[in-house]
Every structure is written in structure tokens, then in C-alpha cells.
Design a protein around this ligand. Sequence first.
Ligand SMILES: NC(=O)c1ccc[n+]([C@@H]2O[C@H](COP(=O)([O-])OP(=O)(O)OC[C@H]3O[C@@H](n4cnc5c(N)ncnc54)[C@H](OP(=O)(O)O)[C@@H]3O)[C@@H](O)[C@H]2O)c1
Length: 265
Amino acid sequence: MTGLRPVTVITGASAGIGVALARVFARHGHELALVARREDRLRALAGEIAATGARMPIVIAADLARETAQKIGEALTAQGAEPQYLVNNAGFGLVGFAEKLDRAEQLAMIDLNIRALTDLSLAFVDSLARHKGGLLNVGSVVGFLPGPGMAVYYATKAYVLSFSEALHSEFKRRGVRVTVLCPGPVPTEFAARAGISEGLAPGILTQTAEHVAEQGYRGLMQGRRVVVPGMVNKLITTLIPFVPRWIVLAAVDARQSKRRSARGT
Ligand SMILES: NC(=O)c1ccc[n+]([C@@H]2O[C@H](COP(=O)([O-])OP(=O)(O)OC[C@H]3O[C@@H](n4cnc5c(N)ncnc54)[C@H](OP(=O)(O)O)[C@@H]3O)[C@@H](O)[C@H]2O)c1
């Protein structure tokens, strides 16, 4: 025993799905550590959660595209805490042809969506095992697809899916649950950051951040490997392997080119 208290660490907790996940974990009685760059937003959420009678969440302002898991671990230790659950939610995407998008920005996307997620996933296994906890990685429905017009983003989420499924199997022997949460479109700040105009995702695929967070929490606690919120999204991910790849590529290409023309690029 380390004498450190168990907390749930949630990255990307200053907006969107991360805020919803923080509220769900708090409602179920977990003490939280909130991580993102915008400290003012994290502090506001921490205050909101503390006002419900919960313990004041730890706030860690960090740019995960640059920081290491070791730094996050040190910040937690300084507060007398260590992870019981870790939610790797921080991430972003960019719409456009890979050759035209800024290369440094695309590499920063890999740093956040892949490098930081991998670093954090591996850094705290002993602590997750000690507290019989788990790891929730936020992937995407697009992780099941190749993504012309958003190539690097789709590829990062394919990594998250593959990596998390493998860890689900590897960490089982340590008693650590691993779930990958794969949402379809969710109205958050993601679209604006990616350069996607509002309203281009079909409503039938869209889920709220709250619903996605609930599904992710439940799936993690049940020890499920993959959670795809929404019946239609689930059906799509189930059928994709049976559709010829050239048809999948053409369909994604058409969707992204609609987004580019809406943006006038
Ligand atoms: N929205 C969707 O349609 C959708 C669908 C499938 C999967 N997802 C995935 O869901 C996750 C959450 O996305 P969202 O929709 O909630 O997007 P969002 O509203 O834009 O929130 C993204 C979160 O990531 C944090 N973040 C971004 N860059 C960061 C960095 N360098 N260091 C630390 N934190 C950083 C942001 O905080 P700061 O800016 O304060 O740092 C914010 O809290 C992402 O992994 C995304 O790929 C989203």
C-alpha cells in the first residue's frame, strides 16, 4: 500500500464528453482529478462538483501533447492521490487532405491522441491494479474506418481501438478493466476545432455527451471491451468488416468532401 488515495483521472475534462464523464464519475462517488489546458474551466467544473457535496476535484492544468505521464503522476502524488480509474478522453481531429493540412498540427494530434494516451495507459497499471480499477480510452466509430479527408484523425482512433482491445486482454491478468468507448458524432467543441460546419452529421447517428458518458461508465464497470453508443452506430461498426473496402473509402471520401465544400475549401 502506498498510503495514497484512489482517484479517477479524466483528461480533456474542460469541455464536451470529458465534462460529461466527470459528472457521471462524480455522481457515482468517485473522487476526481481533472486534466486539460484550460485551468479556468477545470476549476469551474471542480467547484460545481464540490457544490454537490463531493470532495473538491484535483485540477491539473497540462498540455498533454507536450507533458509526460510522469508529470501527471507527480502532480497526483503531491496531492496525496494515485489513479484508480484513468479516462483518456482528450483528443482532437482536423478536416482536410493530409497533404494540405499543417504537418506540425497533425503531428501534435498524434502526440495527444496516441502518444499521451499510450504513455498514460501504461504508466499507472500498478496503481489501477492496486485499487481494482480500470482504464477507459475514448476512441471513435471512425476508428473502424479508413478516413480520406481526415486521414490522420481516423488513423489515430484506429490505433486507440486496436491498442485498447489488446490492453483489455493483457491487463485482465492484473485484474484491471480496459474499455474503449467509440462514439459516433457528439455535439461538442470537437467540430469547431476540426473545422466541421454544424449540422453535417446525420441526426440518426448523433448522441449527446451525457448519453455517451453514461454508456462509457457502465461499459467500464461491466468490464466490456468495446462500447459503441447508439443502435445505428453499433450496427455500422458491426457491418463494416463485411463491406468491400473500396465502397467504405468512397463513402467516407464523399462525406468529408461535403464537409470541405461546406467550408469552401
Ligand atoms: N465530438 C465527437 O463527435 C466525437 C466523436 C467520437 C469521438 N470523439 C472523441 O472524444 C474525445 C473528446 O472530444 P469532445 O468531442 O469532447 O471534444 P472537445 O469538446 O473539443 O473537448 C476536447 C477536450 O480535450 C482537451 N484537449 C485538447 N487538446 C489538449 C491538449 N493538448 N492537452 C490536454 N487536453 C487537451 C480539451 O481541453 P483544453 O482545450 O482545455 O486543453 C477538451 O477538454 C476526443 O478524444 C474525440 O476524439 C469525439
